[in-house]
Design a protein. Structure first.
Length: 330
């Protein structure tokens, strides 16, 4: 059986990649969408699902999770082959076809759109060993649903925007909320810190987390051992949930093996989103060009530009552009 060759393989299922995949399907191309995480949605879904976004055109206000769901719903109107939990490792051109090696099956395509954002991001985890079972119910690095925290005793660790915002937010649903930070000063926006100071959040600083264990008497709860900075004082709090917001490490180093022209961690593209490699395009947060803004609105616009140029390269006879999408309707 001949292996399927896609017109376009989109690498990265964040806002840029999902919308580019949808637009490519609208232009009647065969599309594979490859995402390293088990679900599509990128940063809005993974990093700030409950945060509101105010600068997506025609949507006065939408949360990260709602935006991701709407994008996925839109993509599913036309559908494409989705490869989830699939990380791209390398790209190799052979006889005009790109062979994309992944942690699973290889994927072949005539063109590639790289939309990997800040790379395959991973949360910065606690640096000491703890019982891995604690991560099942008590310790998380992402907020999937606020409901998980309802009526619970919760502690958030971190001092940046995300930690401070979640502390303020979760205090509305949790039974009790504490914020653990190693300094007396936060790295969050002044207005957020002011809201924090007016809230019921108990501020535990300057403390660092030294240990996390299941509570001896109640296995549903955990004991979090805190050490005061520059002091021998040790304090233990018993809680239901610990949310660690130490930020994320993203890994774009992989790009160095892909023979792309880079500027720092970013892929250089021209005004048609083309990279230095033939039929390889890049869009979204991973790219740079004069005036580039790392915004969802910008990422949305870059997809159609890349798809249109890819289509022109692959099928010059279909080199037309219609501005009214009702003409493309399925
Ligand atoms: C806290 C926060 C708040 C924000 N608020 C706003 C806002 O209000 N308005 C706004 O416009 N923007 C906002 N942004 C920025 C916005 O989220 C990004 O501009 C947008 O997500 C970029 O989309 P993207 O698809 O390029 O990248 P991403 O959303 O990062 O998606 C990239 C995807 O590629 C996947 N991937 C990475 N490497 C690989 C690989 N090797 N193989 C397969 N898949 C891979 C990743 O897992 C990820 O799902 C915010 C960002 C943050 C962190």
């Amino acid at each position: 059986m001949n292996k399927k060759i896609y017109d376009i393989a989109v690498i990265g299922g964040g806002p840029a990649g999902i919308f580019a995949a949808y637009y490519a399907r609208m232009r009647k191309l065969n599309v594979a969408l490859i995402e390293s995480l088990p679900k599509l949605g990128g940063q809005p879904e993974t990093l700030y699902a409950q945060k509101e976004i105010y600068d997506v055109a025609a949507l006065p206000k939408i949360s990260g999770a709602e935006l991701a769901t709407s994008l996925i719903d839109q993509l599913h109107l036309l559908g494409c082959d989705e490869y989830l939990d699939t990380s791209v490792n390398n790209l190799k051109l052979d006889d005009g076809i790109w062979h994309i090696s992944t942690n699973k099956e290889p994927i072949d395509a005539k063109s590639i759109i790289i939309a990997i954002g800040n790379g395959a991001f991973k949360p910065r985890k606690l640096t000491f060993d703890y019982d891995p079972l604690i991560e099942e119910n008590n310790l998380s690095y992402f907020v999937n649903s606020i409901e998980e925290f309802r009526d619970k005793d919760v502690a958030i660790a971190g001092g940046g925007d995300s930690a401070v915002d979640w502390a303020i937010h979760l205090t509305n649903v949790a039974n009790s909320t504490s914020l653990i930070h190693r300094r007396n000063k936060y790295r969050a926006m002044e207005s957020s810190v002011s809201d924090l100071n007016k809230s019921d959040v108990e501020q535990l600083n300057p403390y660092i987390i030294k240990d996390v264990n299941f509570n001896q008497d109640d296995h549903e709860k955990i004991d979090v051992t805190l050490k005061m900075i520059k002091s021998d004082e040790i304090k233990t709090i018993t809680i239901d949930k610990l949310l660690v917001n130490y930020g994320f490490v993203s890994d774009t180093k992989i790009l160095h093996d892909w023979n792309l022209d880079l500027e720092g961690p970013f892929i250089k593209v021209d005004r048609e989103m083309e990279t230095n490699l033939p039929n390889v395009f890049a869009i979204g947060d991973i790219i740079t060009y004069p005036g580039k803004l790392q915004l969802i609105a910008t990422a949305f616009a870059e997809g159609p530009i890349a798809v249109t140029k890819a289509l022109r390269n692959m099928y010059p006879e279909r080199d037309y552009f219609e501005h009214s999408t009702s003409l493309f309707k399925q």
